[in-house]
Structures are given as structure tokens and as C-alpha cells.
Write a new protein. Structure first.
Length: 85
């Protein structure tokens, strides 16, 4: 099933990150494999919304998501403000 995932980084000093960001989607029928959110652009910059198109198995009604980063690069901290699917 294709989804569009909008990820908004907050508007505070140091909000952005250059770390690798990963996502898992959970539904009533299971969960997706973990996948990297990467568009080959400079993603996750301060006060910016990034769009990712992802394809996952049928999960039924969506229940939750998990987003993490791998803490790489200098200043890897990240202020994730909101996610919309």
C-alpha cells in the first residue's frame, strides 16, 4: 500500500539533523519492516516539511508509528515536530 509521509522538523535552534532517520508503521494486522526516510536531498532541516513516498504491506487500520535516528554526524539531535500520513 503506498503512503505519503510528511515529516515536519520544528522551528527551534538546532532542530535539524543530518543523521539517518528510520520509520516503522504499526497497524491492526501487523507492522511494516523498518525503513529509512531518505529522499537524497538535505532532509530534516529546521522548520521544514519533507515528503516521503513509501510502500508497505497491508496493515489494516493504522495504530501508531515509530521514528528513530541513528545518532550519526555532529549535532545529531533532532526536533521532530509532527508527522502526517
Amino acid at each position: 500500500i503506498p503512503y505519503q509521509v510528511y515529516v515536519h522538523t520544528g522551528d527551534v535552534f538546532g532542530a535539524g539533523t543530518d543523521a539517518r532517520v528510520f520509520m516503522t508503521i504499526f497497524g491492526e494486522n501487523g507492522q511494516s519492516p523498518e525503513f529509512e526516510l531518505n529522499s537524497n536531498r538535505n532532509d530534516f532541516e529546521r522548520d521544514h516539511t519533507d515528503l516521503f513516498e513509501v510502500e508497505v504491506p497491508r496493515l489494516g487500520r493504522l495504530k501508531k508509528i515509530r521514528i528513530r535516528h541513528d545518532n550519526t554526524w555532529f549535532g545529531a539531535g533532532w526536533f521532530l515536530d509532527k508527522v502526517r500520513m
